[in-house]
Design a protein around this ligand. Sequence first.
Ligand code: COI
Length: 394
Amino acid sequence: MDSEIATPEQIAEQLAEHTAEDKMAKDSKPTKSNKLEIAVETTKHPKSLPANESYGFGKFFSDHMFITEYSEVLGWHAPRIQPYQSLRLDPGAAVLHYGQAIFEGMKAFRGDDGKIRLFRPEANHRRMVASADRLCMKMVDFDIFVESLVRLVQTDINWVPTKPGTALYLRPTLIGSEAFLGVRPAEAFIYYVIASPVGGYYGDNIETVKIWIERKYSRAAPGGIGMTKAGGNYAASLIAATEAKKRGFAQVLWLDSSEKRFVEEVGTMNVFFRIGDEVITPPLGGTILPGVTRDCVIQLMKARGTPVIERPIGLDEVIDAHIRGDLKEVFGSGTAASISPVGALGHGDELITINGGKVGQISAELYKTLNDIQYGRIPDEFGWTMEIPLGAQK
Ligand code: COI
């Protein structure tokens, strides 16, 4: 699955191409790209912006959305930016019955230099294509994908928050829209992008979370859809998270579905363990989401001279390391929280405290480096960021 994520060279090449295209788009008429005719209807009723402090995660939506539809006859057609509104969906639509729904999570960051950057859109597109293939869905190509993000951010530029740690979260979504009750892949789809200003997951400082080791429920099974960003995976996870919260934990540590022996993910994130001098993460094998942030962690650790070891990691091994005093850090990685350090693991009646419940050194370093790249504070040596041309569209 690692091959789903492009190398830094591939990304740099593609982003250079797209930066050039975006420059051309900027130089053309406001509502027209050189490749795509995107109609733009701006809202007559702009909402008032929420205060920076109250963003939380996913509570507010910006003024506009991108949308385009697919049919067998027309292909992808009528791409447009329109005021944020409800979808027109037949009650018999495939997504409502058989769950053909996938999404991505991305962010547009307003840098300290005033520039607005997307982060690794190429990697998100690759993963969305892989999710679409697995769920027998049609996905838009990279040109439409990147234009949908760029145009929406340009249109809702004032929704990209300014406070450090905040961002405009982008949610590209693909659903089966054909009305038909037979069980087969839909032949009509809707692709849309909505945007939500979000706060730093922890406010200004990174904090640890308490995680329950989940032994009853599974997130994904071999041969299933665990490696996709399908809505169904999140639906399947809700009961475990709800029960964990009742016990006083923020999320769960997912184990493999067959033996409940190997660690797979943490909450909605990929998971890393620092045991002694090694940093270990479970390998991508079909049940684990190929996280874009996971890939960043792997590349950053390699560049730092301490490569991450991708291998199956047993729960026993984690507990033994804790008993020996070798379990130095555990952290999750994902777009929403970036790096999420685990301060304690709930293991039956026992609580395994990690690093005295404090944020570990590697977690803190990774969090800072990722943030510094995303907000343009340090040079982007990996070619991960894509600057959004400003001033052309509104
Ligand atoms: C992430 O951690 O980036 C996620 O995917 C969580 C998201 C579904 C809110």
